[in-house]
Write a protein that binds this ligand. Structure first.
Ligand code: HEC
Ligand code: HEC
Length: 223
């Protein structure tokens, strides 16, 4: 290659790379805007409440914060807003032995905070945080139908089995010892209130009787 050709290769090569870089940057900036909905005044007020009560001292949001309590980036996707509001204002009305203290938020502060969490929920995080590695997957055995239904219906968003899953509901690792009756589980899944007064667990009455039975059969094997 002559010196001239090498020079041209360097100049046009650099130029090409620079143009590609500019195009990619513009493309990314354009997409970033669309990844989060508009920040309203209430969302802003909610973020201030978030800081005022130091929620981040126990929780994470977008991965930032402390690991004492569950991540709240997608809290609104997992729980009804009414439930969250009640919980945030006084956790022990929902979970009698909740590890979260009553922080003394006013009703207005709670509403603002829910608006903030709602905004956070709509931010496109590219699938983050990952769903809990589903509880059954670690047993090493082939999953039974009931175990697959447990995963499919996201029970592990609220329940732990062998240390994996959410903490909003009780740990189910040994539920088969405590509740060995399939019929009890079917009734509980269909309409939790009939067997656990004031239960905070959502009803799964939309599942077929056969599916509920399969889940029950799986639960009583957890010993
Ligand atoms: C001292 C630590 C602590 C602080 C501070 C704290 N939390 Fe919690 N929070 C917890 C723990 C622990 C849980 C897990 C469930 C339980 O034990 O009740 C929880 C659970 C929750 C849940 C329920 C999650 C679910 O999936 O059911 C929400 C919502 C929540 N916290 C919001 C907040 C908000 C909002 C703040 C700030 C106003 C806050 N928390 C401050 C410890 C804390
Ligand atoms: C939104 C959170 C949430 C989801 C999702 C959820 N649960 Fe629950 N679950 C709870 C709470 C809170 C309780 C405690 C109140 C009660 O017993 O009804 C509970 C209780 C239970 C209990 C009784 C534990 C005991 O010792 O009495 C079982 C069994 C159970 N859940 C199974 C399931 C199964 C199976 C699924 C999925 C089909 C599921 N849960 C989905 C929140 C949840």
């Amino acid at each position: 290659m002559s010196t001239n050709a090498a020079k041209n290769l360097f100049i046009y090569g650099s130029l090409l790379c620079f143009v590609v870089l500019v195009i990619l940057t513009v493309d990314t900036m354009g997409k970033l805007d669309k990844r989060a909905p508009e920040i309203t005044e209430q969302v802003n007020a909610g973020k201030k409440v978030w800081h005022k009560y130091d929620c981040i001292g126990c929780h994470t949001i977008l991965g930032n914060g402390s690991y004492f309590a569950p991540d709240l980036t997608k809290a609104v996707e997992r729980k009804p807003k009414e439930y969250l509001k009640k919980f945030i204002m006084d956790p022990r009305t929902i979970k009698p032995n909740s590890a979260m203290p009553k922080l003394g938020l006013s009703e207005k502060e709670a509403d603002n905070l829910i608006a903030f969490l709602d905004w956070m929920d709509k931010v496109d995080t590219n699938g983050w945080p990952p769903k809990p590695i589903l509880a059954g997957a670690i047993s090493g055995k082939t999953a039974s139908t009931g175990q697959m239904l447990f995963q499919k219906n996201d029970c592990s968003a609220c329940h732990q089995i062998n240390g994996i899953g959410g903490t909003a509901g009780p740990d189910l690792t040994h539920i088969g010892n405590v509740r060995p009756d399939v019929e009890w589980h079917i009734r509980h899944l269909k309409d939790p209130d009939t067997v656990v007064p004031d239960s905070a667990m959502p009803s799964f009455h939309h599942l077929s009787d056969e599916d509920l039975r399969q889940i029950g059969e799986y639960l009583i094997t957890l010993k």
